[in-house]
Design a protein around this ligand. Structure first.
Ligand SMILES: Cc1cc2nc3c(=O)[nH]c(=O)nc-3n(C[C@H](O)[C@H](O)[C@H](O)COP(=O)(O)OP(=O)(O)OC[C@H]3O[C@@H](n4cnc5c(N)ncnc54)[C@H](O)[C@@H]3O)c2cc1C
Length: 476
């Protein structure tokens, strides 16, 4: 008997190392690839009222879907596109083509689980089955030396238990041909940003010029970072920088949408090491990918807790929901240059460096004493690379409700600013009001007397805000 399988693409918008696609091709004679733009994700709100997905990530996903469709077409297949609820749209298609199975990458976070569970139950009603595959992590859960419920809570312990013991499997090949199905009518069109009520993205900054969705762009950025410019060779030294494109891999945007598989990245790093030799930096890129796996495992282990204010530790934590304070943070008008520069970058581009994220998160939680969930939801809304586990577990970590073994971690924003942007280049780029300040005042404009303020065209409280907290606590 011949079988038809639906491959429901989710955050795995690629043909290489795609377990769902590979397994479907092995089992079925006809394949129907499908992507559904979930209206809850593209038009819904977070509990604190932010758009669930802002225009930056929406644009990136639209581009990724266009690229996926073209790649599927080049293999003799196509991508059926729908806008709506996946549990209904995929179900309708399953009835229409009388498929035997729907294959999809299994998600582990609450909202995504709800969708896949509902679809599964719908399919049972018509005698069909949802078959789950994996593909988000470097490591396979089945290869781990411990069950998920016993994953060590401290990253270093986790790393020591898996490193050198748990193999990182070879990525699966891109299929040469994908068996087609006759499905001529109603293949669906790719929606535009305006269809979700979103404005166009203005690509004035490098982040938006280079962060273009799709598997081909992902592979191209990986090659750029590794083989073309060998930037990986100095990754450990440059990774904490704030301004520019080359200081870190920028792969997160493609990893979070699944345009590139982490196993593929890992094996490319190995290939690079064979060709050019290993060093601390080549190791460190893998080390950071392991953090990503660690947080995904924490999401699996602690489930809904990662989204709650008490966090995975179920800590007794306070935190106000003062929108006045919060909006100063969000709009980059706190009067603290490092915070303002990073938050303006996020608002203008949908991206922020890792060092920036740590500082603004710490400032919101530890200096403004605002409920960390508001910050996490705002990041969810804005970030192109938003990933539920990476985002919420990092926020848990910084808010002190996660798995940071140091309970008193606190970022002195002034020293961070001086250390990671010694000449203020990043500050001047994102806070043009401060452009004329000499290095001596760029990190602390409030230190200038009125004479200097006039001299450098920065009148504190007039054309640059008064700091909303007392910054003298940072001066030792
Ligand atoms: C408060 C906060 C929220 C964050 N939210 C997200 C998020 O929603 N999505 C996301 O992908 N990353 C998130 N991160 C992690 C990190 O900031 C980004 O992955 C990184 O800045 C992306 O830039 P890059 O690809 O150039 O990173 P690189 O420095 O080149 O790192 C390589 C890869 O390793 C992974 N990685 C690096 N650092 C981390 C980390 N701390 N946690 C998890 N994975 C990491 C990413 O996949 C990244 O692409 C968050 C960090 C903080 C502090």
């Amino acid at each position: 008997m011949e079988h038809t399988a639906i491959v429901w693409f989710r955050n795995d918008l690629r043909l290489h190392d795609n377990e769902a696609l590979t397994e479907a091709i092995q089992k079925a004679q006809r394949i129907l690839p499908v992507y559904v733009f979930d209206t809850r994700i593209f038009q819904g709100k977070t509990p604190f009222g932010f758009n669930k997905t802002e225009n930056f990530r929406t644009k990136f996903i639209i581009e990724s879907v266009i690229d996926l469709r073209e790649n599927l077409r080049s293999k003799g297949s196509d991508l059926i596109i729908r806008v709506g609820l996946p549990e209904e749209e995929v179900f309708t298609l399953a009835k229409r083509v009388k498929s035997s199975w729907v294959y999809c990458n299994r998600e582990r976070t609450s909202e995504e689980v709800k969708v896949q569970d509902t679809l599964e139950k719908n399919l049972w009603k018509i005698g069909q089955e949802l078959r789950y595959t994996r593909g988000k992590m470097l490591l396979h859960t089945a290869d781990l030396p411990f069950p998920v419920c016993q994953v060590p809570d401290v990253f270093t312990n986790f790393r020591k238990e898996v490193e050198g013991i748990t193999p990182i499997r070879q990525p699966l090949d891109t299929p040469n041909v994908i068996p087609n199905i006759v499905f001529d009518k109603d293949r669906g069109v790719v929606p535009a940003l305006a269809d979700f009520g979103k404005s166009e993205v203005i690509c004035s900054h490098i982040e938006n010029q280079k962060m273009i969705g799709g598997e081909r762009q992902a592979i191209s950025q990986l090659n750029y970072y590794l083989f073309e410019f060998r930037l990986i060779d100095n990754y450990k030294e440059t990774r904490n920088a704030l301004l520019g494109w080359d200081f870190s891999s920028k792969l997160s945007v493609w990893l979070s949408t699944g345009c590139v598989s982490p196993k593929y990245v890992y094996h490319k790093i190995k290939e690079y090491e064979q060709q050019w030799g290993k060093n601390d930096s080549t190791y460190w890129l893998y080390f950071e990918l392991l953090w990503r796996d660690f947080f995904r495992l924490m999401g699996k282990k602690y489930e809904c807790k990662i989204f709650q204010q008490e966090g995975m530790r179920e800590a007794d934590i306070s935190g106000n929901t003062d929108f006045l304070l919060f909006n100063n943070w969000k709009n980059g008008t706190t009067g603290v240059p490092l915070i303002d520069a990073n938050m303006r970058q996020l608002m203008a581009t949908g991206f922020m460096s890792n060092r920036g994220r740590q500082n603004v998160a710490s400032f919101l939680v530890k200096d403004l004493n605002v409920n960390w969930v508001m910050g996490a939801e705002y990041f969810e809304s804005m970030l192109i690379d938003y990933d539920p586990c990476s985002n919420y577990c990092n926020w848990n970590y910084i808010a002190g409700v996660g798995n940071d073994p140091r309970e008193d971690r606190y970022f002195n924003i002034l020293s961070q600013s001086k250390r990671y942007d010694p000449h203020g280049d990043f500050l001047r780029y994102w806070v043009p009001e401060l452009r004329d300040l000499p290095d001596a005042y760029i990190h602390q404009p409030e230190m200038m007397d009125i004479g200097l303020q006039v001299k450098y065209n920065v009148i504190i409280g007039k054309n640059y805000p008064n700091a909303i907290i007392n910054t003298s606590k940072w001066i030792s």
